[in-house]
Design a protein around this ligand. Sequence first.
Ligand code: NDP
Ligand code: PHD
Length: 368
Amino acid sequence: MASQQQKLNVGVLGATGTVGQRFILLLADHPQFNLHALGASSSSANKTYSEAVAGRWKQARPIPSNIQNLTVQECRPENFSDCEVVFSGLDSGPAGPVEEAFRRAELRVFSNAKNYRQDPLCPLVVPLVNTDHFDILDYQRSQLQPPTKKGFIVTNANCSTTGMVVPLAALEKKFGPLDKVIVQTMQAISGAGYPGVSSLDILDNIVPHISGEEEKIEWEAAKILGGLTEDKTAFDLHQNSPMKVSAHCNRVPVIDGHLETVSVSFKNRPAPTPEQVKEALREFEPEPLKLKCHSAPKIAITLHDEVDRPQPRLDREWQNGAGVNVGRIRECPVLDIKFVVLVNNVMLGAATSSVMNAEVALAKGFLS
Ligand SMILES: NC(=O)C1=CN([C@@H]2O[C@H](COP(=O)(O)OP(=O)(O)OC[C@H]3O[C@@H](n4cnc5c(N)ncnc54)[C@H](OP(=O)(O)O)[C@@H]3O)[C@@H](O)[C@H]2O)C=CC1
Ligand SMILES: N[C@@H](CC(=O)OP(=O)(O)O)C(=O)O
């Protein structure tokens, strides 16, 4: 393991929230990153981390002992000047201007918030899918006014988008472009942050609407699955081969883990059989696995043969929530193939993606 001196100092913005708490657990004992600074709102600032999250630490593990007494700061770059990288679990309200201020101050920002996902210069990276999009970062820095030397923003995707695009990427890699995708999500309560959806709304109930979610899934999939232009200055948004995506999003009474039923059709004929699809998913080995990144799962897509799996309660903690689980792969009488995918929304769907993105960026020299 690297010594303390060799580790990169990192900070977490929004460290007290649902995603922020997952960052704490992922970073408290990381072999390459030293968790050095924590930020949250002014109501948490100047308290120790333990004081700031008193009564709202919602993890099964205690607050790591080396973090308990760190002082939470306001999210201003000068409070993070000893850091090389910040991970953002900020609410989308403050995230836009705060993340921009950190980029300007030459920090590398890995964000969960939605604010910069559609920015034409910011990569929207699901680490198990499109780490090649980091190649736009030199251009991003060069286009800022004034240009930055080191500072950039990388975002990761909406949690439901993240679960869906991993198997879709494996299918496109093996069988060529997809034509149509229809997805229904059953999204966990933790996706709405803390305290989130009222118990009177979600117990004994399903809420068939999550504001803005369907539009995000439909748009983000094209940016993630599309490539970069040859000169690495723009995203092609899957325009070479337009793909139609339709999403229905539902909030269900599950604590963690978004389950999604997905139906797809392919441009190339004949379409693959369920057995060929299983083989393609099984052999999918994205870059973080090849690079042996610390937070990468051993298996990107875990296939389940049982007819009633994956399930959120049984499968969300497998590989610390860093991969996706897929089951029920079968022919679709309307499109070509249908299946079920489970993503741990607060892990690969949020904090784990940011951390894995930073690990890949480090391994590929983007943090030098
Ligand atoms: N939950 C999930 O499954 C996913 C969430 N995301 C995104 O990640 C981000 C965080 O989500 P989540 O953890 O669920 O949200 P929470 O509401 O649980 O946490 C929000 C965090 O932002 C901080 N904050 C709020 N306002 C300010 C402010 N004005 N200045 C500085 N800090 C502030 C809060 O600090 P304090 O405690 O002091 O108020 C807290 O640390 C959001 O952008 C969300 O959309 C993305 C994918 C999945
Ligand atoms: N909206 C998602 C979580 C989330 O915060 O998504 P986004 O980062 O795209 O705003 C959910 O409710 O499960």
